[in-house]
Design a binder for this molecule. Structure first.
Ligand SMILES: [Ca+2]
Length: 278
C-alpha cells in the first residue's frame, strides 16, 4: 500500500477508536418512571423524578436526605463485562453546606448480578468523604473508594479546581463523574484499573488494582454485572440539620472508555492515597 493510500485508513481508524459503540445503558431521565428505567428501585420514599433541577431536558432524579442512613437505590443489571465505563452528573443543593456527611456512597459496582454474594469483588464509590471530627462542613474535599473491604482514601489537592472554578466539591454545580474499571486478569494479579474523573480532572489513577483478591476475601467475579446509583449516608458523623437534596442526571454505561478525550483535561496525580482495612 502506498503511503498516500494509507492516510485515509489511518484517519478512519482514528475515528473508529473514539466511536461510542459499546453502550450498555443510558438514560437522561426524560421518559419513563424510575421503575421502568431501573431493574430495582428501593427508594425508601425519598427519591422522585423531579423538575426542580436538570442537567439535560427538564428532569433528573432527586434524592432527599432527611436523616443519617437515609437513601435510595437504583439497581441495574447488564451482561458481564471485564471493563466498565460509567458517567453520571451529580448536583448538591445549597442545604449541603454545613451538612456534608462523613461519607456519602454514590455508586457501587458488582461482579455478580445478585449483589448479595459476599465473596465477589465490588467497588463502592464514595467520592464525597468527610472526616467525622471535621467541623468545616461547607464543602467536601475527600474521596473514598471501598474495594471490597479495603478503603482507598485520598484528598483532592487544594489546587484542583472543577468545572465551576472552585476547589473541592461544593453546592449548586453539576459535577460530571466518570469511572473506568478493568477487572484484574486473575485473582491476586495486580493488573486491574480504576480511574475516576470529576469535571475532566483525573483524581484517581490506579493501574494495578486487585479487584479479585484472596487477601480481602473477594476472590470471585467473572466480570462487572450490576451497579447501583443513589446511596446513603454512612452511619457515623451527624445527621443533616435539615433535609438536603441531591440530583443525578444523564447516566451512561459502556464497556469501552467513552470519555471525550478531545476535551481539555489536566491529569492530576492522586495525593496521599492510603489503604485501610475496614
Ligand atoms: Ca434529564
Amino acid at each position: 500500500m502506498k503511503l498516500l493510500q494509507m492516510v485515509p485508513l489511518v484517519i478512519a481508524l482514528g475515528f473508529a477508536s473514539i466511536t461510542y459503540g459499546e453502550e450498555i445503558f443510558s438514560s437522561d431521565l426524560e421518559s419513563g418512571t424510575l421503575n421502568q428505567i431501573f431493574d430495582d428501585v428501593d427508594t425508601w420514599g425519598f427519591a422522585t423524578l423531579s423538575t426542580d433541577q436538570a442537567h439535560s431536558g427538564s428532569k433528573s432524579i432527586r434524592i432527599a436526605y432527611s436523616e443519617d442512613e437515609a437513601g435510595s437505590f437504583f439497581y441495574k443489571r447488564f451482561p458481564f463485562t471485564n471493563s466498565l465505563f460509567t458517567r453520571k452528573y451529580e448536583r448538591f443543593e445549597g442545604q449541603w453546606a454545613g451538612n456534608w456527611p462523613a461519607g456519602l456512597k454514590t455508586s457501587r459496582y458488582f461482579t455478580t448480578s445478585d449483589y448479595t454474594s459476599g465473596d465477589h469483588a465490588y467497588m463502592s464509590e464514595k467520592l464525597i468523604w468527610r472526616e467525622g471530627s471535621d467541623p468545616d462542613r461547607n464543602y467536601s474535599y475527600n474521596y473514598n473508594n471501598a474495594i471490597g473491604s479495603s478503603d482507598l482514601i485520598g484528598k483532592y489537592p487544594a489546587t484542583t479546581t472543577f468545572g465551576n472554578g472552585q476547589p473541592y466539591i461544593t453546592t449548586n454545580h453539576w459535577y460530571k463523574v466518570e469511572t473506568w474499571m478493568v477487572l484484574n486478569s486473575a485473582v491476586d494479579v495486580p493488573d486491574g484499573v480504576l480511574q475516576i474523573w470529576i469535571d475532566d480532572q483525573l483524581i484517581v489513577d490506579n493501574q494495578n488494582m486487585m479487584w479479585k483478591s484472596t487477601a480481602r476475601g473477594k476472590p470471585n467475579g467473572e466480570g462487572w454485572q450490576a451497579m447501583w446509583f443513589g446511596g446513603n449516608l454512612t452511619n457515623y458523623g451527624q445527621d443533616p440539620s435539615e433535609t438536603v437534596y441531591r440530583y443525578i442526571d444523564d447516566l451512561y454505561l459502556s464497556t469501552t472508555l467513552d470519555r471525550d478525550v478531545s476535551t481539555k483535561s489536566r491529569p492530576l496525580a492522586p495525593s496521599n492515597v492510603q489503604t485501610t482495612i475496614q
